[in-house]
Design a protein around this ligand. Structure first.
Ligand SMILES: Nc1ncnc2c1ncn2[C@@H]1O[C@H](COP(=O)(O)OP(=O)(O)O)[C@@H](O)[C@H]1O
Ligand SMILES: [Mg+2]
Length: 364
């Protein structure tokens, strides 16, 4: 399925176009530091922005600061210094009333869904409307179509315990949309789901982004999630953004070590191979290399030529053609002898053909 570029389909006003939906300006967040304990710096100078209509991903390992970052957006945490601005409003400067208004414009979904077990799907979705003081007639008119939108029209009276993980997250999404937010925050929303369910939830988020023009900011530790739906990505490591750009560019040309590691973990490499990867070669080792093919570049002829160029000694270990940001993108993991003469032949071939490559490491 091809989803049109949401940013282009939303057609925001001229001022909205120049002003991001979310921006972080020199944001520092420290925890603790009271009673003589040293403070812990969870976010260490974040500069990053999300444009209107985008699906932006922030990816990083556990403990990198992702949840803290996203909680600053709806004011659940306050920055120690720097600014978090949502659609022109500085979150840190808001009163309690201001924060309540802001939160109505921001939906959020979570890894563990956070549904109320004593309420049906309908009543879970209705909750934010009840809190906002909406009358029951209007609630009915709103919740039904939302359940239809997420594909749960027939599950209105089911309790969370009667729903699968994917269905629970659909209820979570419908609830997040109840107050017509302009921004949706997702904190590891698919991390508790199996790969197939993950894909269906990501498709739903894509559709909501395209149809409702909702900006999505999602955080995840899974490259697969970013690759599937994010138009833009930032990589966070130890409280700092170490790399950011269009998903396609970052995926094709990872500049930072953390990005490479996250990418490598998303490659479908068998565990025995992955766990045996070394940083430098010993005599007799093989180089493990990821080849990247752009656009319409013919995949088959190039791999054929590589094999011919290097001799019979190329193993193809993983790979395929995918689509990132609507552009075809091929990726292939191969291994061949790390003998300097073979490496030199390979490098000459890459230079001649313009193939992008990344040495993942060396294996025995
Ligand atoms: N309320 C808090 N008090 C103290 N430390 C915290 C608090 N919240 C998060 N941290 C610390 O900040 C770091 C980043 O946490 P978090 O943002 O949850 O990371 P992530 O979501 O990327 O796994 C972690 O080391 C965590 O222990
Ligand atoms: Mg987290």
């Amino acid at each position: 399925m091809t989803i049109p570029n949401a940013a282009a389909s939303v057609a925001p006003s001229a001022s909205a176009q120049t002003k991001p939906m979310v921006s972080f300006e020199g944001v520092i967040k420290r925890f603790g530091g009271t009673g003589g304990q040293p403070a812990f710096t969870a976010l260490d100078g974040i500069d990053f922005s999300v444009s209107h209509g985008a699906i932006a991903g922030i990816i990083g390992r556990s403990g990198a600061g992702k949840s803290t970052l996203i909680r600053l957006v709806n004011g659940l945490e306050k920055a120690t210094s720097g600014k978090v601005v949502v659609d022109g409003i500085e979150v840190g400067g808001l009163s309690e009333t201001g924060l309540r208004d802001l939160r109505r414009q921001i939906g959020m979904i979570f890894q563990h869904f956070n549904l109320l077990t004593s309420r049906t799907a309908f009543d879970n979705v209705a909750l934010p409307l009840e809190i906002a003081g909406v009358d029951s007639q209007s609630i009915k008119a709103k919740v039904g179509p939302l359940l239809d939108l997420v594909g749960l029209g027939d599950k209105a009276n089911r309790y969370p315990s009667e729903l699968s993980g994917g269905q629970k997250q659909r209820v979570g999404i419908a609830r997040a949309l109840a107050t017509d937010p302009k921004l949706l925050l997702s904190d590891e929303a698919t991390s508790a789901l199996d790969p197939e369910t993950t894909q269906s939830i990501l498709e739903l988020l894509k559709r909501i982004n395209a149809e409702l023009g909702l900006t999505v900011l999602l955080i995840t530790h899974e490259m697969e999630v970013v690759k599937t739906i994010a138009t833009d990505v930032a990589v966070i490591d130890k409280g700092r953004i170490v790399e950011a750009g269009s998903t396609f560019d970052v995926y094709a040309n990872p500049a930072h070590e953390t990005t490479r590691t996250l990418l490598a973990s998303a490659l479908a490499l068998p565990e025995w191979l992955r766990s045996g990867i070394k940083r430098s070669p010993s005599a007799g080792d093989r180089a493990l290399v990821r080849l990247v093919f752009f656009g319409e570049t013919a995949f088959q002829p190039l791999t054929g030529r590589l094999v011919a160029e290097l001799g019979a000694d190329v193993n193809i270990l993983a790979g395929g053609i995918e689509e990132i940001g609507g552009k075809p993108f091929g990726s292939l993991v191969v291994s061949y002898s790390a003998d300097p003469a073979v490496i030199a032949r390979a490098e000459k071939f890459y230079a001649e053909t313009g193939l992008k490559t990344e040495v993942l490491g060396y294996v025995a």
